[in-house]
Design a protein around this ligand. Structure first.
Ligand code: CDP
Ligand code: CDP
Length: 221
């Protein structure tokens, strides 16, 4: 068994592919974006301003984030899987994820969860910061148009009324924030393999990553 890091911008397909790969390989998937989303959700719920580091620290100390096998996310035992996926939380998450205190806590927790082999983590800084020794690192990208279209379809399927242009704008703004922040910005690790998923369906991406993993596993035998 090995560890697999998948990084890239929003809607490149990271968590969908990570989830399917974990199922096929019998690995454990950790969606690290969901953890930062929990921080954003909890701070909003408790009316905590993002510049109030004392209140944030207090909040983090009393917040236990956990996942079940199906990938549902819990804060102190409460299922927040749906609540953390709104557009408002996405934008707040990108802001809270810049804060060093928040990153340190989340990275420590992620390393603790993935201290053995057999984990697939997806996020922005997995290959660069969280698991720099991961045997396979994938940097997943796609055009803004492809990614906005995917999110648009997702919202439409959920019956949420959204504007395509606004989604595209929000994605671009979040890309910019994530790539230009001082702490652990989104960037390709030197040893990561880039996959552009703009014109690939989910099965094609899964197969591409699987062949990279199998090659690596053979080398390790
Ligand atoms: O699902 P989507 O790709 O839109 O977002 P996500 O993976 O749930 O991540 C939400 C936000 O969390 C990102 O825009 C980043 O600002 C932040 N994040 C991060 O900073 N580091 C990670 N390892 C994962 C997410
Ligand atoms: O985790 P990340 O934000 O990178 O993306 P995701 O939430 O896994 O995928 C965003 C959406 O794109 C999902 O609805 C996927 O079903 C879809 N998708 C796709 O249509 N084609 C791909 N090759 C990958 C994902």
């Amino acid at each position: 068994m090995i560890n697999i890091a998948i990084d890239g911008p929003s809607a490149a397909g990271k968590s969908t592919i990570a989830k399917l790969l974990a199922k096929q390989l019998g690995y454990v998937h950790i969606d690290t974006g969901a953890m930062y989303r929990c921080c954003a959700y909890q701070s909003l719920k408790n009316n905590i301003e993002l510049n109030d580091l004392i209140a944030l620290d207090e909040m983090l100390q009393h917040m236990e984030i956990s996942f079940d096998k199906a990938g549902n996310v819990f804060i102190n035992g409460e299922d927040v899987s749906k609540n953390i996926r709104t557009n408002e939380i996405s934008m707040r998450t990108s802001s809270i994820a810049k804060i060093l205190l928040v990153r340190e806590k989340m990275v420590a927790k992620q390393r603790e969860m993935a201290k053995a082999k057999g984990f697939i983590l997806d996020g922005r800084d997995i290959g660069t910061v969280v698991l720099p020794d991961a045997e396979v690192k994938i940097f997943m990208v796609a055009s803004v148009e492809a990614r906005a279209k995917r999110r648009f379809e997702e919202y439409k399927m959920q019956g949420v009324d959204v504007d395509y242009d606004q989604i595209a704008k929000d994605i671009e703004q979040r890309d910019y924030q994530d790539m230009n922040r001082e702490t652990s910005p989104l960037k390709k690790a030197d040893d990561a393999i880039e996959i552009d998923t703009s014109l690939l369906n989910i099965e094609q991406v899964v197969n591409k990553v699987l062949s990279i993993i199998q090659k690596k596993e053979k080398q390790n035998d």
